[in-house]
Write a protein of this length. Structure first.
Length: 383
């Protein structure tokens, strides 16, 4: 779940700036993110080894689950659920066949899952899961859910009456192999890629159905290079704990990263998960040692970055060595870096971000970032 203490001041600021955002659900943070994957056991090993996650919970044949197997890994407030089906003809199998490994569920922590479902479906959301009470000897949770872009869904999780390791149907996953965490703390934001002309539709969906407000808009003049472009609207709930940038392609001379994603994923979907750290130099250094691959940032980027962002606490030489970018807004600055895709298809990737006052998303880094992505596309033959 999202670290509430760290976002307290940020949330207050957003509430002042965007009073139109209504927390009628309300949303307390991200509860978990579930990925449908081809081999959950191996995926869990990857996220533990490379990203520093720890074993938390397990569901499978041994717990009476005859349909799928799920491993839950945790690092501070971040919980990933990695799920693989047993039935080759199941809905989960079809999702993996179409999309490859990818995000299916963005679960949101709420006070009242029944009310959340009633409020959102009454505003036009298509139901994915009617409110359901699940219980065991540790208490009960209530979950409900709605469809959003592509095959992605939001599940509302009410868990104030549950004291188990994760949720009913799971048992504690004890493992002797738990590499040290790398300092990842909570989910800062999650980005959705949608099709041509669909950005406004989904921004309106989050505004009408979930009470979100538009935090910032980027057009093709903000996010473009000589060859490609995209547009984006960042949607936030009123307390700022949930932020969903929505990207769509824009016209360019060549195929944009959004078009590439849509081609390989097969529909709209979650493009990347941005996770926060308090020490990005340590986090990225550890992840590199463990084999995580990051986008290459041209060395010339660092020739002028200090003129643009001013004084920072970090050693710019170390940031250059690691490929970490810096940007500043009126509230402070941020540091960020992006992994290469973590799947064989060029779809899902991760962003590592450290905010030092900044509330923005690194607009000053877009040019260098997009040039790096275009180079990756060129190597893949998809530009």
């Amino acid at each position: 779940m999202t670290d509430l203490k760290n976002v307290e001041n940020y949330s207050y600021t957003l509430e002042k700036i965007f009073p139109e955002a209504q927390d009628f659900l309300p949303l307390n943070g991200t509860d978990y993110v579930e990925l449908y994957v081809g081999n959950a056991k191996q995926a869990a090993h990857f996220y533990k080894t490379a990203f520093g996650f720890q074993s938390l919970a397990y569901s499978g044949l041994e717990t009476g689950n005859r349909e799928s197997c799920s491993y839950v890994v945790v690092q501070d407030k971040i919980r990933l659920v990695l799920t693989t089906p047993f039935d080759p003809d199941s809905e989960i199998s079809e999702h993996i066949r179409k999309h490859g490994d990818g995000v299916k569920v963005i679960a949101l922590w709420v006070d009242d899952a029944i009310k959340s479902w009633e409020e959102t479906t009454a505003r036009g959301a298509r139901s994915f899961m009617e409110p359901c009470r699940e219980e065991d000897e540790h208490g009960f949770i209530i979950r409900s859910g709605i469809h959003t872009y592509g095959d992605t869904v939001h599940i509302f999780v009410e868990r104030h009456a549950y004291n188990g390791v994760f949720m009913p149907g799971f048992r504690e996953w004890k493992s002797e192999y738990n590499p040290e965490p790398v300092g990842l703390r909570y989910i800062d934001h999650m980005v959705g890629n949608v099709g041509w002309g669909e950005m406004n539709q989904w921004a309106e969906f989050y505004g009408r159905v979930m009470g979100f407000a538009n935090l910032i808009t980027f057009d093709d003049k903000d996010i473009s290079t000589q060859y490609t472009a995209l547009m984006s609207k960042v949607m936030t709930n009123g307390n700022g704990r949930i932020k969903f940038p929505i990207n769509e392609p824009a016209e360019g001379l060549k195929k944009s990263q959004i078009e590439e994603y849509l081609d390989f994923y097969g529909s709209a979907g979650c493009q990347h998960i941005a996770v926060a750290t308090n020490d990005i130099v340590h986090t990225v250094s550890e992840m590199r040692k463990r084999g995580v691959e990051f986008l290459y940032v041209p060395g010339t980027y660092y020739d002028t970055v200090m003129d643009r962002v001013g004084e920072i606490d970090e050693d710019i030489r170390k940031l250059k060595d690691l490929g970490i970018m810096v940007d500043r807004d009126d509230e402070g600055y941020l540091l960020q870096i992006f992994t290469r895709p973590v799947e064989d298809r060029p779809t899902l990737f991760f962003e590592i971000i450290q905010r030092k006052g900044a509330q923005s998303f690194g607009k000053g880094n877009f040019q260098a970032l997009f040039e790096s992505i275009e180079e990756e596309q060129r190597l893949r033959g998809t530009l």
